[in-house]
Design a binder for this molecule. Structure first.
Ligand code: 13P
Ligand code: SF4
Length: 304
């Protein structure tokens, strides 16, 4: 950690001078998560925290759709993303035309879009969801058929949890979680029978089915904190275990993990540069932002 100290000191000093806060996702590397973040959390927690920010500037340490969500909720504030190329395979998988296509195919069905989408897609949707509230939101829709976009696996996992609804989905997927297979998990379990296997709901449903628990990134942290000691395999992005390992010395984190190349674009150097130069400021067309805000705020309202 010592080699990061000069960056951490400089970022924290600049944050105070510029009246900025850093909102960081649970997948950020430990030096960001522990060294410079003011708030850490899953997508829902970061969106809720964005509504409470007093500072003039938000530096979003996460991927682009998260920064857009903060901007949609705070149109008058400056929202910076340290690397605009921090995308997301799910957000890239669908456009507003895709939403129109789904509406034409399933007339009258509400569209529940994952927050892992662009502002345009949110604006074309009825409501957003995250992995921590998707089942609850789908269950509350006033329709037997519910369209979920763009994550086919989250949608299929929700369909299993909410059997009273016919859930139909867009065929997007997360390049990190789609790599896990049921056979890999079963093979791991055969050799590690005492290990708790905990999967993010962006994993395919057969992976979730052979896991002990599934939840959002913060849901996973809560589960491990509540249920352990013991051995745990987090079937998700690699930084998750690294970020919580020190606080939970009685938990043995084991097993393979996958890196999100988009999340890993955010580094201390880029955060420092971003604060120093005010780049890249995220902008959302005000008309699109106003519509997208309705979908995000509806989600926050239903989640509280
Ligand atoms: P969470 O909302 O669970 O933090 O998930 C965000 C994400 O991008 C996971 O891949
Ligand atoms: Fe997108 Fe998957 Fe990376 Fe999350 S882990 S940001 S869903 S590509």
């Amino acid at each position: 950690f010592a080699r990061y100290a000069p960056y951490i000191r400089a970022i924290n000093k600049l944050k105070r001078e510029k009246n900025a806060v850093i909102l960081a996702h649970n997948y950020m590397t430990p030096e960001i998560y522990h060294g410079v973040a003011d708030v850490v959390g899953d997508s829902l927690q970061l969106a809720i925290e964005a509504t409470k920010v007093q500072a003039d500037t938000i530096v979003q340490c996460g991927v682009h759709f998260m920064a857009e969500t903060s901007k949609i909720l705070n149109p008058a504030k400056t929202v910076l993303i340290p690397d605009v190329k921090a995308g997301c395979s799910l957000a890239e998988s669908i456009t507003a035309e895709g939403i129109a296509e789904m509406r034409a195919k399933y007339p009258g069905a509400p569209v529940v879009s994952y927050v892992n989408t662009t502002a345009e897609v949110k604006a074309a949707s009825d409501i957003c969801c995250t992995s921590s509230n998707a089942a609850q939101i789908v269950a509350e829709m006033d329709s037997d058929v519910v369209i979920m976009t763009p994550d086919q696996y989250l949608a299929q996992n929700v369909a299993n949890e909410v059997p009273q609804k016919k859930v139909v989905w867009w065929e997007g997927s997360c390049i990190v979680h789609e790599q896990y297979t049921k056979d890999d998990i079963n093979a791991f379990r055969a050799l590690n029978s005492d290990t708790r296997i905990i999967a993010h709901p962006e994993c395919p449903p057969d992976v979730v089915a052979v896991s002990d628990f599934s939840g959002s990134t913060s849901g996973i942290i809560d589960y491990v904190t509540r249920e352990m000691p013991g051995s745990a395999m987090l079937v998700t992005e690699c930084s998750m275990a690294s970020n919580i390992a020190d606080a939970l010395p009685e938990v043995d984190f084991t097993g393979p993990c996958n890196m999100c190349p988009y999340m890993k674009k955010i580094t201390l150097e880029k955060i420092l540069w971003s604060l120093h130069t005010g780049t890249e400021a995220v902008e959302v067309d005000p008309q699109i932002a106003a519509k997208a805000k309705i979908a995000v705020e509806r989600m926050i309202e239903l989640s509280q």
